[in-house]
Design a binder for this molecule. Structure first.
Ligand SMILES: Nc1ncnc2c1ncn2[C@@H]1O[C@H](COP(=O)(O)OP(=O)(O)OP(=O)(O)O)[C@@H](O)[C@H]1O
Length: 243
């Protein structure tokens, strides 16, 4: 039976003068891969922030994994949510290796002051293998290409052993090949683990092929939601983007 693990009811979020979400209601079932698409500034990232327990609600409510999100969002809950933010260029001088970045994903499980043990190291190795980054494990994170950095970010999120994976435009700035590889990886992770995945993306063709469901955002509202094949069509997208 379907189990709702994310629910937003009439969520309103505003940042100083901008209203980012103007009353968003949506539900995500366990095991779904849902794409969030829409024009720049339509509130897509803000939805991920709310699900990650970090956004400030002006109105409405948010429940994630059976907890009300907000100021009382427990840290234990955030550990169950793997968040892959939009890639930003990492300073090449950053003195942290790929392996150490992925180990950061274990810190939530380790708790304060506990040192990583053999199971944590094994988890890191297995996630590096999963994303095809074993050969670069010792390299400083800032010396990787954008596509490689994105793989590492996904490995770090998975090393958390999350119940929910949030991806914010995982292919932005990547070349065609890296984009295809990352999307293929997202698809495989979802298929093999049945991990509930919420992905903000501008890639409507890939989203049409991969997602179980899509949510189209416009001006802080859910403009449409439903089957990718019905919604991610040229005529609908032209209206969504006012073309
Ligand atoms: N930290 C912030 N402070 C002030 N305004 C913000 C902040 N974050 C987002 N906004 C505003 O809220 C609105 C929604 O932003 P959001 O980042 O959720 O949109 P988006 O759909 O993810 O956009 P994009 O496709 O450009 O990433 C925008 O008008 C944006 O300018």
């Amino acid at each position: 039976m379907a189990e709702t693990i994310i629910s937003l009811q009439n969520a309103v979020v505003s940042y100083r003068e901008d209203v980012a979400l103007q009353g968003v209601t949506l539900e995500i079932q366990r095991g779904e891969l849902v794409g969030i698409l829409g024009p720049n500034g339509s509130g897509k990232t803000t939805i991920l922030t709310l699900v990650n327990g970090l956004g400030k609600l002006l109105q409405g409510n948010v429940r994630v994994l059976n907890h009300a999100a907000g100021s009382s969002f427990p840290a234990t809950l955030r550990k169950k949510i793997g968040y892959v933010p939009q890639v930003h260029n990492i300073d090449p001088r950053m003195p942290v290796s790929v392996k150490e970045v992925v180990m950061m994903g274990r810190y939530g499980q380790l708790g304060m002051l506990r040192r990583p043990g053999a199971p944590d190291r094994q988890m890191v190795e297995s996630m590096l293998r999963l994303v095809g980054m074993t050969h670069l494990a010792e390299r400083p994170i800032g010396h990787l290409s954008g596509g490689e950095q994105q793989r590492v970010a996904i490995a770090r999120a998975l090393a958390q052993e999350p119940d929910i994976l949030l991806l914010d435009e995982p292919t932005t700035g990547l070349d065609r090949r890296a984009r295809t590889e990352i999307m293929h990886m997202v698809h495989e992770i979802h298929r093999d683990r049945g991990l509930t995945t919420l992905m903000v993306t501008h890639e409507h063709k890939t989203a049409a092929a991969l997602c179980n469901r899509v949510i189209l955002m416009k001006e802080g509202r859910v403009w449409a939601h439903g089957q990718p094949r019905e919604l991610l069509r040229e005529t609908v997208l032209n209206r969504l983007y006012d073309l």
